[in-house]
Design a protein around this ligand. Structure first.
Ligand code: NAD
Length: 493
């Protein structure tokens, strides 16, 4: 399949080293969110197509797991170079199907590449441990072995990064994988798969199946799949976690978010404004680490409100492939109307819209411009619901105790940030904030690939997170070997 052909292209599946056109009669439109141009049709693959991919992965597993770790990582070195060489082309594709700006798309690809780089360290990271003479003449060791066939199911908001939270670690540790990208953005991974194909990986090691719920359910129920990695909304994450567990699978399921930033009066306000502006409105607020509620304390209430409204109003919104555009559209018309009705619900609950980006003029795509609501009640639909759009709610608190209590009642725990110049306040926040990724004077506290992406509460179901050493734990089984051999070392052999 070529993703650079004239639109709309037909997206194929990649199974057992071959591009296969789906036999489904159910096709999903892939539409450019900035222009409403139909750019592709993706198959809603069913159980038979998932089964073919799983069987291919299962057949490839025995030889792949016997391939020395040093040899397994050679295709990943090649993949890094191929991704570097094609980064602009991939970034344009991400922008076309997801809507984010070219610069944001390139930034997510850098994160993808970083994960490939870290997975190249598997020969060190996958090592076990051992101890001689746990009893006289008896040695004990822990070795790690791959699980077999694993699957990853990913969302629309980072088409080029999130699949790489899983794929490089899964295959470097000796597993084979079936990947199911979001049906709304299938083109990026289809093109990345063409690059993966050039790395010389044996057929069946990486397989790509496109589709939605039917494909996910088939993966969750397939007896040959040992582990499921999922990223998406909380309701689906919970569902995937429960169904995977009921079928005896290991699962790591990352869910939605509602991220808070606390702004103390001693924060460096210019820096705080710039960084929070990027966090709240970058990627049109469709990052799972986007700040969506700012809790100002004391005098920060007025100074921060005035400066963030000015900064947000100045953002240039448009087609992410045009020069100078700083914020693109949201993913679908349904998403746009959902975001706009949540803003209306906020107004009804007593919040004041101090920057109104609803229904902007002169833009044809799914555009909502930066929107800010002030005086949002602490317990309200706006503070409880994940909006996943360019909307920032301002809540005020008297002190840190009140602000932390507000964070505590959130159902989510993906990220919490603090802006301050006080080390003591920062330490208290780091210690007490109820979220898995913490930012101190940071707006998007995205862990580097060698740290786990650590969501809490309704933002994560499971125990081992994506990325870094957690990946190695997730994608391997531990085996303990206790050995007794001759302990009389004076014997001649
Ligand atoms: P989504 O839940 O709609 O879809 C995610 C995946 O689940 C897709 O592959 C989709 O095909 C599949 N899916 C959708 N509905 C399904 C169903 N009923 N049954 C089975 N599978 C189904 O999420 P999205 O809209 O693509 O992505 C946005 C969401 O992802 C947001 O909530 C965001 O916060 C979250 N997200 C979280 C993280 C994180 O690290 N915690 C990262 C990125 C995105």
């Amino acid at each position: 399949m070529s993703t650079s052909a004239v639109s709309p292209v037909t997206v194929s599946n990649y199974v057992n080293g071959k591009w296969v056109e789906s036999s489904t009669s159910d096709w999903l439109d892939v539409v450019n969110p900035a222009t409403h141009e139909l750019i592709a049709r993706a198959p809603s693959s069913g159980a038979a197509e998932v089964n073919a991919a799983v069987e291919a992965a299962a057949a490839a597993f025995p030889a792949w797991r016997r391939t020395p770790a040093e040899d397994r990582i050679q295709p990943l070195f090649k993949l890094k170079m191929l991704l570097e060489d094609h980064i602009d082309e991939l970034a344009r594709l991400i922008s076309r199907e997801n809507g984010k700006t070219f610069i944001e798309a390139k930034a997510e690809l850098r994160r993808a590449i970083e994960n490939v780089e870290v997975a190249c360290g598997i020969p060190m990271m996958m090592q076990g441990s051992n101890l001689e003479d746990v009893a006289r003449g008896i040695d004990e060791m822990m070795i790690r072995q791959p699980l077999g066939v694993v699957a990853a199911i990913t969302p629309f908001n980072f088409p080029g990064m999130i699949p790489f939270w899983f794929l490089p670690y899964a295959i470097a540790t000796g597993n084979t994988i079936v990947l199911k990208p979001s049906e709304r953005v299938p083109l990026t991974m289809a093109r990345a798969m063409e690059l993966i194909e050039q790395t010389g990986l044996p057929k069946g090691v990486v397989n790509l199946v496109n589709g939605g719920k039917a494909a996910v359910d088939a993966l969750l129920d397939h007896p040959k799949i040992r582990a499921i990695s999922f990223v998406g909304s909380t309701a689906i994450a919970k569902y995937v976690y429960a169904r995977a567990a009921a079928n005896g699978k290991r699962a790591q399921c990352q869910g939605g978010a509602k991220n808070h930033v606390i702004v103390l009066p001693d924060a460096e306000m210019k820096m705080a404004t710039q960084i929070i502006n990027d966090s709240a409105f970058g990627c049109a607020g469709q990052r799972c680490l986007a700040v969506s509620v700012a809790v100002t304390i004391g005098d920060a209430q007025k100074s921060f409100r005035d400066s963030i409204v000015e900064a947000a109003a100045a953002l240039k919104v448009g087609n992410g492939l045009e020069d100078g555009v700083q914020m693109g559209p949201v993913i679908t018309p349904q998403s746009k109307s959902r975001i706009e009705s949540l803003v209306a619900a906020g107004e009804k609950e007593g919040a004041k819209v101090v920057l109104d980006g609803r229904n902007p003029k002169g833009l044809t795509g799914n555009f909502v411009k930066p929107t800010i609501l002030d005086g949002v009640p602490a317990a309200s639909e706006l503070t409880d619901t994940e909006i996943f759009g360019p909307v920032l709610s301002l809540v005020h608190a008297h002190d840190m105790d009140e602000a932390l209590a507000f964070l505590e009642r959130s159902a989510y725990g993906n990220q919490a940030s603090l802006f301050t110049s006080s080390g003591a306040a920062a330490r208290r926040f780091r210690y007490e904030a109820p979220a898995g990724n913490i930012g101190i004077n940071i707006g998007v506290a995205a862990p580097m690939a060698y740290f786990p992406f650590s969501g809490w509460k309704g933002s994560f179901f499971g125990d081992l997170h994506a990325q870094g050493r957690d990946s190695i734990e997730f994608y391997t089984d531990k085996k303990i070997v206790v050995e007794r051999w001759a302990s009389d070392h004076s014997r001649k052999f």
